[in-house]
Design a protein around this ligand. Sequence first.
Ligand SMILES: Nc1nc2c(ncn2[C@@H]2O[C@H](COP(=O)(O)OP(=O)(O)O)[C@@H](O)[C@H]2O)c(=O)[nH]1
Ligand SMILES: [Mg+2]
Length: 252
Amino acid sequence: MAAPAYNEAANIAAAVTEWREYLAGHPAIGAWEIVVCNDGSIDATGEILAELRKSCPELVVVDFAANRGAGAAIAAAIAHTRLDWVVLLDSDGQFPIANLDAFLDRVRAGEADAFSGARIRKADGIAYRWGSAASGAVSNLLHGTRYRDYNSIFKVVRGPLLRALALESGGMNCSTEITARVTELGRTWVEIPIEHRERGGGARGWRFWRGARDRALFVGYLGYRRWLLRRGVLRLPEAPREPARDLTERSR
Ligand SMILES: Nc1nc2c(ncn2[C@@H]2O[C@H](COP(=O)(O)OP(=O)(O)O)[C@@H](O)[C@H]2O)c(=O)[nH]1
Ligand SMILES: [Mg+2]
C-alpha cells in the first residue's frame, strides 16, 4: 500500500487506522505494509505518522525535508514498497479502503496485472469533475483506450510492474501518468467501480487554474510522447515479466 501525504494532519491518523484495521483483519490478505510519503508537510502530519509507527511496525514513513509535490511523493512511496501487489490511494480519506473488497477475488484469479478504481460518483466540485473528464477523454483518445476514470489514483498493481515505471510527473498528474505508462507497455487496466468520499478534513493543496493548466500541459506531453514512441525516437523500457503469484506472497 502506498500513499502520499501533504499537510494531512486532519486525516492521516484516521486513514492509517482504517487501512491497518482492514489489512490486519482481512482473511484473504497475508503480508501487508503501509508506505506513506510525508511530502514535507508543515503541519503535524510527520509527528502523527511517527506516533502511529510506534504501534504499527508495518507502517513505513518516507520523509521529504521539503515539499516536492504529489508526483514525487507517490513515486518515493512506490519505490519503498516490497510486496507483490501494491495498492495506491490518497491519504485524505477520499478513498475508503473497503473498496478493495471488490478487487481481491479478481486479483487472486490473476485476471490482470493492473486494476484501477473507477469513481462512479466523484465527491468533487463540478469544475474539478469537468477538468478530470476532459483530460481523461483526451488521454483515452491518445492511447486508443476507453477507460471510465483515467485519473483515478486508487489502483492495485503488480509490484514489479509498478516499481519499474520511470515516473516523471511532479504535481498532481501522477495518477494519469501511471494509467498512461502501464498502457504504453501494452497492459490493459481492469476497471472496477469504487466509492469516492468527501475529503475528511483539511483542504486540497492545489489551486484550480494552476492544476488545470498543468493537466493540459501534461496531456499534451503524453500525446507528444506517444508520437515519438511510434516513430522510434523514444523507446519503451522493458516491461517486467513475472510468473503469476499469490497476493499474499512476498517478492523476496
Ligand atoms: N495538494 C497536494 N497534495 C499532495 C502533495 N504532496 C502529496 N499530496 C497528497 O496527494 C493526495 C491528493 O491531494 P488532494 O489535494 O486531495 O488532491 P485531489 O486529487 O484533487 O483530491 C493527498 O493524499 C495529498 O496529501 C502536494 O504537494 N500538494
Ligand atoms: Mg483528495
